[in-house]
Structure formats: structure tokens, C-alpha cells
Design a protein. Sequence first.
Length: 155
Amino acid sequence: MILDHYRAPRNRGELPTPPAIKSEGKNPVCGDELTLYVEVEDSNVKDAKIMGSGCSISMASASMMTKAIIGKSVEEARETIKAFKAMMDIHEQTLETEQSVDQDKAKTDLGELEALTGVVKFPVRIKCATLAFNTLANALDTSEGKDAGSIATTE
């Protein structure tokens, strides 16, 4: 599934700004660069498009993320960000302590994004997987009038 999203990314392209918010993200460790366009209307993510280049994990993550957030409320999109980052942290800690994770604790169904759980076996790649989510958080902050900064990073 990861290679499928990398080879044929969904929602690739640009959206006119405005009304869309343009947010850029960079992962200096791997060299990934992502431009995310998010159109928010009536507190809902109406559309999202991605442009950029990077490793298969960062590009697949961005593609899967756009599929997961289009049509959701801004609050649900924020919950997706939170759940994805928690999944990365929980699974990393689980691998270190060899304890099982209680999947019932997760409030947000991540769908295809759960395919990225294996990334935590390679800690340096977690930043690749979370780049799109940091960039999305930046875009959502900007859409709400918050000073989000010009470029989201994985640092």
C-alpha cells in the first residue's frame, strides 16, 4: 500500500490560493519537501492537494493523509494528526518495551494510515512519515488565523 501511494499519489496537484491555504514542509534529515494546499470551507476540509518530492514514506504518508482528511471537519482533521502522531509514539514505545498496545484506546480510525506503523522500527524514518501531518497542522493553524510560521519542519 505504501509503494502504491508513492508511485501513484492521490490528490497530487495545486489549488488556487486563496481560497486554499498553501503550507510548506521540509524534513532536513532526509531532504523531503512537501507543499500542501488545503481548502477549508465552513470549518470543513473541502479539498487538499500535495506537491513535492521525497522518500517513499514521506510521499505515501502525504497521499494517504489527504485521502483521510478530505470531507472531515477541521476538528476531525486535528484528531487525525493527533492519532497518527500517537500511533507513531505508542508503537515506538511498544517496540522498546515489548508490551502490547490496547487498540481500543484509539479514538480515531486511521484507515490506510495504519499501514505506516512499521515505520517506527526505523526511528529516523518517523520524521518522514510525520512531515505531512506537521505541514497539515501548520495549514490548519493558518486557516484559523494563527501565526503558524512559514515552513513546517520535522525538527
